[in-house]
Design a protein around this ligand. Structure first.
Ligand SMILES: Cc1cc2nc3c(=O)[nH]c(=O)nc-3n(C[C@H](O)[C@H](O)[C@H](O)COP(=O)(O)OP(=O)(O)OC[C@H]3O[C@@H](n4cnc5c(N)ncnc54)[C@H](O)[C@@H]3O)c2cc1C
Length: 454
């Protein structure tokens, strides 16, 4: 799809703070409308495929949903094929992927192509594409420290950047906070005398541990990915995916301190063995690791309700994790960031007047279903604080029954996949035939006294 050039072409200068996935997607959308787009990144960007300090999550599995890939394809037609030519893995879901949710292996019905690559690989190629536009400039090694405003503070007019102890002020017609979940944009609003957006937090206490391996082609037989989700009785998960150039990433996670994955290599492997299929374990136990074990603690998901603010300054918006950071086990963060950038593009097609308010309303729609789905799934885990045990048990039973149905019924498997890959709505899981299949598979066993472990 070609982006429509706004009737307000010549909207001036846009300054995007943070060159992660949301900053890059935002810069792409803005480059169609603004004369100049400047991307500012605190890290010094080497482009050598390594994990960088400002995006430590890059050491862990980064699945791009089909919906997310579609948006990137809209921004850059041919993107997936180019990445595949560069070494990324294209996979037919679900034929070439084993997905075990709530103990059931989803029926292996072919449902579309998925792009698998490491986060640094994906981000670097996306960055090259965005920066290839003649009106986009990247300034790395600079930290945004404060907004600049008009004297009456009704408009943000740029940002102050710090570099090696010196400061420079950059003027802009629009400043985009894509600085991640720390929420600088929200803090800046408060510093300028506006209300901070209300924050919704869901404590999840998830931790990841990941390591990359080189595995021979066909290490998992016909499969190029294995995903084993956590269950209430065993709140641990495993993802093993083939990425670029026959590199595979093994990511392990757990809810609650007692189930956080260890980082000592031997214990890390034992944790994996408990979850892996026989085939995956055989491949892993003899595999050559190419990195150490990296860890990441994710205490809570957070959503900021910018769209509910009554007063907003002109010229400042937040995007991506700065609006909503979702429990990463659902693999939706990059997709939501891309959808928000698409929402920004669509808002810009109607000009820049009242942009922050229009954008936040539109972005809230991109966030809403993913937030709902992720927080409902989280609440099926008794380890997640704040959920009534009866609700957790009901949700868990219902997910378990749906996944049992998805093991044999291709229509249910497709509905589950569409919800997870965001190509459909999670609300489709409430359609009559899915509910009927779920009820037919409703677990009848009595709850066990002590948690089962494999
Ligand atoms: C362990 C883990 C696994 C994940 N797995 C997946 C997955 O499988 N699929 C998926 O879709 N998503 C996943 N995510 C989420 C995903 O990484 C993010 O949602 C997505 O990248 C969007 O983030 P962002 O660009 O908004 O923020 P970030 O990725 O945090 O980027 C923010 C950028 O801003 C820069 N920055 C910060 N402060 C400043 C400053 N003051 N000045 C200038 N620059 C600054 C940082 O260096 C960074 O480059 C995962 C996250 C985690 C933690």
């Amino acid at each position: 799809m070609n982006l429509a050039r706004s009737s307000e072409m010549g909207a001036g200068h846009a300054l995007v703070l943070g060159a992660g996935i949301s900053g890059l997607c935002a810069a792409r959308a803005l480059s169609e409308v603004y004369d100049r787009v400047t991307l500012v990144e605190r890290d010094t960007l080497t482009g050598d495929g390594t994990v960088r300090r400002g995006a430590p999550q890059g050491a862990h599995v980064h699945s791009l949903t089909v919906r997310g890939a579609n948006v990137l394809e809209e921004f850059f037609p041919g993107f997936a094929d180019e990445l595949a030519t560069d070494g990324a893995t294209l996979v037919t879901a679900l034929s070439e992927v084993d997905i075990v949710f709530f103990g059931s292996l989803l029926h292996k019905v072919p449902l579309g192509t998925v792009l698998q690559a490491g986060r640094p690989f994906l981000e670097e190629r996306l960055r090259a594409k965005v920066c290839a536009a003649p009106n986009v400039t990247l300034l790395d090694g600079r930290e945004a420290t404060a907004p600049l405003t008009t004297p009456d503070r009704t408009r943000v007019t740029g940002a102050r950047l710090a570099r090696s102890g010196t400061f420079e002020d950059i003027d802009a017609d629009l400043v985009v906070d894509a600085m991640g979940r720390a929420g600088r944009g929200a803090t800046w609003l408060a510093a300028l005398g506006y209300d901070k957006p209300a924050e919704q937090r869901q404590r999840v206490d998830v931790a990841y541990a990941s390591r990359r391996y080189r595995l021979p082609p066909g290490a998992l037989g016909p499969n190029k990915a294995l995903l084993v989700g956590a269950t209430p009785a065993r709140p641990r998960g495993l993802v093993l995916t083939q990425q670029e150039d026959n590199l595979w990433v093994l990511s392990l996670y757990g809810f609650g301190r007692q189930d956080h994955p260890p980082t000592a290599p031997d214990e890390f492997l034992l944790f994996a063995q408990e979850l892996a299929t026989v085939e995956a374990w055989e491949a892993l136990r003899n595999a050559d690791p190419v990195t150490g074990v990296a860890s990441f603690a994710y205490p809570h998901s957070v959503r900021r309700h910018f769209h509910r603010l009554r007063r907003l300054p002109d010229g400042l918006i937040s995007i991506g994790d700065a609006i909503c950071s979702l429990n990463p086990i659902y693999g939706a963060g990059m997709t939501v960031a891309a959808l928000e950038a698409a929402a920004l593009r669509d808002c810009l097609a109607d000009g820049t007047r009242d942009l922050p308010r229009r954008f936040y309303r539109s972005a809230a729609k991109s966030v809403q279903l993913s937030w709902l789905f992720a927080t409902l799934a989280d609440r099926s885990m008794p380890q997640v604080p704040g959920t009534r045990p009866a609700l957790a048990a009901l949700l868990a039973k219902s997910f378990r029954a749906t996944m049992r149905a998805a093991a044999t019924d291709p229509r249910v498997a497709a509905a589950v996949w569409n919800a997870v890959s965001l190509t459909g709505s999670p609300a489709d899981l409430a359609r009559p035939h899915i509910i009927a299949a779920t009820l037919r598979n409703w677990p009848r066993e009595k709850p066990k006294a002590s948690p089962e472990r494999r």
